[in-house]
Design a protein around this ligand. Sequence first.
Ligand code: HEC
Length: 152
Amino acid sequence: MHNRWTLVTTWFLLSATGQAVAGGGPPSSDTTLLEDGEKIYQQYCASCHGIEGEGMPNWERQNAQGELPAPPHGPEGHTWKHSDAMLYRIVSEGWRDPWNKTERLTMPAFKEILTPAETRDVVNYLKTLWTPEQRRHQAEESEGAPFPAQSE
Ligand code: HEC
């Protein structure tokens, strides 16, 4: 579990890399956004990706149905290799590995469930699970591929 200090520390790291939650504002309100993101994560994502973002066992191999299980979001996974634009799209539109033997979206689409702001908040929460090095890399990737323009 992440306590408030982890989130505060992460806020400063995110600001330092230019990937602060859009809009600036005082750190306290942005810490609140990360806490919102964590709540959304626990409510909608943890059942598959694990309460600590640890993913499912043997996530790198297809399961008996020929589907890739939910991966971890921490340093050992590859969530950090995707830009903000891509992460937003995966959460909003859903995703499946093209090599899965089934056609269904194993990663469900959340666009009917989460607002654009909630989608950004939960993606920003995932960043708290990465190493500073991964955060820096992902921030650079996102420079040319940011979150969609804010509609609210
Ligand atoms: C029903 C289970 C399930 C739920 C609930 C779920 N996911 Fe996923 N998610 C998956 C699976 C399975 C994959 C892997 C899809 C693939 O690559 O085949 C995945 C992949 C992802 C990826 C891509 C990771 C990578 O390494 O490329 C992200 C990001 C992600 N999920 C975020 C979320 C977020 C945020 C939530 C909550 C809002 C969520 N997921 C809820 C099952 C789930």
